[in-house]
Write a protein that binds this ligand. Structure first.
Ligand SMILES: Nc1ncnc2c1ncn2[C@@H]1O[C@H](COP(=O)(O)OP(=O)(O)OP(=O)(O)O)[C@@H](O)[C@H]1O
Ligand SMILES: [Mg+2]
Length: 248
């Protein structure tokens, strides 16, 4: 059985950065094989991980919708495309979903894509899903259960309220989520108590806080893969403590 961890939260709170850290953690702890799924239409998980992406699953679906070249069944075509879309790296693979299909599209191409994605996921012990703020893709993966939802917020009341709303949304969407918790990221020195107070007023469990970290900022600004920050990064260490807790 694959264990899946999805990250959600308001825009710009650090979902992708923490998804990258989580993949690094899981690989380092020998928990693999790990599949990283970039479920953001404006995908950039690959940049955080220092990987080039080829075709996205959304592009494969569009090609299939336009028609499969002669002599190939749709299944064979989709299987081939899916294999091409998986980027292999050290200890983990990455797949990028790309642009979501139009609202309410349950076309054959989309159904096939979902089926193949599920088959792909079955090959891994762990799946980390980086979502966009809108949760578009995650809502389509209805047959997949999510073992752990990490809701990421910045240290603001509005961010924490959004986190609560996201959890409500997952319930409305009927997603099966077994466990969930809040991570407050980019916490500045001295804000800890106020964050705890604000979180205590919502329904979410606080898994931990990740401090604002200049190492992360510098890597980002220089275009270096954020997952390669040194072990002395305080954001990385704080994230690892949270992951230790959830992977117990
Ligand atoms: N703990 C941290 N300290 C400093 N900078 C951080 C930290 N976490 C994330 N960042 C920076 O904040 C910015 C937003 O992070 P990230 O892209 O991970 O957020 P996101 O939630 O995935 O955003 P989006 O909603 O656009 O997908 C990036 O520039 C990232 O480098
Ligand atoms: Mg992101």
């Amino acid at each position: 059985m694959t264990y899946s961890i999805a990250l959600a939260g308001k825009g710009g709170t650090g979902k992708t950065t923490l998804a990258g850290f989580l993949v690094r953690y899981l690989v380092e702890k020998g928990k693999g094989p790990v599949l990283a799924v970039d479920a953001d239409a404006n995908s950039n998980l690959n940049e955080v991980m220092g990987l080039e992406v080829g075709e996205t699953l959304g592009e494969a679906r569009e090609e299939m919708r336009k028609g499969v070249s002669s002599g190939m069944t749709k299944d064979v075509f989709m299987e081939m495309k899916l294999q091409q879309a998986v980027v292999e790296s050290a200890g983990f693979d990455l797949v990028v979903m790309g642009r979501p299909e139009g609202a309410g599209c349950y076309c054959a191409a989309n159904t096939l894509l979902t089926q193949y994605l599920e088959k792909l996921i079955d090959n891994y012990r762990l799946v980390v899903i980086d979502n966009e703020a809108g949760m578009e893709h995650i809502s389509r993966l209805t047959t997949n259960n999510i073992n752990m939802l990490l809701v990421v917020s910045d240290p603001t009341r509005r961010g924490i309220q959004t986190a609560t709303r996201i959890v409500d949304l997952t319930e409305k969407l009927g997603l099966r989520i077994y466990s969930r918790g809040l991570v407050v990221n980019r916490v500045k020195d001295g804000q800890e108590q106020a964050v705890e107070q604000a979180v205590s007023e919502c329904q979410l469990d606080l898994l931990g806080m990740v401090p604002e970290d200049t190492c992360v900022e510098e890597f980002d600004l220089c275009g270096r893969p954020t997952i390669e920050v040194g072990d002395d990064s305080k954001a990385l260490s704080a994230a690892y403590r949270i992951f230790d807790k959830i992977m117990e």
